[in-house]
Unconditional design. Structure first.
Length: 256
């Protein structure tokens, strides 16, 4: 019987399973499609404008935004993730600057960004109001805050608190990474955004086209049968703008 894999965030050793990176690669296509759609709806173009990625992890999303034409600052609370991101493609994406800082205290200048994408942040922070106050401070007037996060529903609890943290067959996260108290409904998040002068404009469900594909991909990755890069076509996440979010959702808000 094969030994259980080591579960560790922000670790690039081949024998570890990093659930944060698994989410990043599985979500990347939906994240990028949502950003492109948001920019099109607002009639805006990147054109070298400054963008922030908070919760950037190994830099996949930051490099995607740079590929659209943004000048990107990628921030993550993990020094290990920042190191991995810098080493991943040090010369391919000169429009990305990486730094280590928490979302609650990013240490960046006021009104520095036209767009800020908050990934792997709202479902983790115990202090969303402090994070959103900083997000509002960092955005220019009319700036766009894009985010994805995890809803608080019976199904999201089953997935994030159960399958991803406790069940031996599908566990990919350290226990305690997610708690029910840190999962927030769209209504709760909209109210928090409004408290900080950020007007919610849209929310959009995204989900695996077939949940069985996500289960198969998770099990295969845990067993070492596939790499992180092979996960996206198996998990096959898609935008579902007309559906009520049951697990994960994207959204954007504008700074007044």
């Amino acid at each position: 019987m094969a030994a259980a894999p080591r579960i560790e965030l922000d670790a690039d050793e081949p024998d570890t399973v990093d659930g944060r990176q698994i989410r990043a690669v599985a979500f990347q296509e939906c994240r990028m499609a949502y950003v492109r759609g948001t920019l099109a709806a607002l009639g805006r173009a990147p054109d070298g404008r400054p963008a922030l990625v908070m919760g950037s992890g190994r830099g996949l999303l930051a490099r995607g935004l740079a590929g659209l034409g943004f000048d990107v600052t990628a921030v993550d609370p993990s020094a290990a993730a920042t190191r991995i991101a810098r080493a991943a493609h040090p010369h391919d994406h000169p429009a990305v600057a990486y730094r280590t800082a928490p979302a609650e205290e990013p240490g960046l200048a006021d009104a520095a960004f036209d767009l800020a994408y908050y990934a792997d942040t709202f479902e983790i922070t115990p202090d969303p109001d402090r994070v959103l106050a900083e997000a509002a401070r960092l955005l220019r007037p009319g700036g766009v805050l894009v985010y994805d996060t995890v809803n608080r529903t019976p199904l999201s609890r089953l997935v994030y608190l159960g399958a991803f943290q406790r069940l031996p067959l599908t566990r990919i996260m350290p226990t305690g990474r997610y708690t029910a108290a840190r999962l927030r409904t769209p209504a709760e998040l909209a109210a928090a955004l409004d408290r900080h002068g950020l007007r919610e404009e849209d929310i959009c469900d995204f989900r695996p086209r077939d949940p069985r594909g996500l289960i198969r991909a998770t099990v295969a990755r845990r067993r070492g049968r596939i790499t992180d890069e092979q996960i996206p076509p198996l998990a096959d996440f898609v935008l579902a703008p007309d559906a009520r979010p049951r697990v994960t959702y994207l959204g954007y808000a504008l700074k007044g």
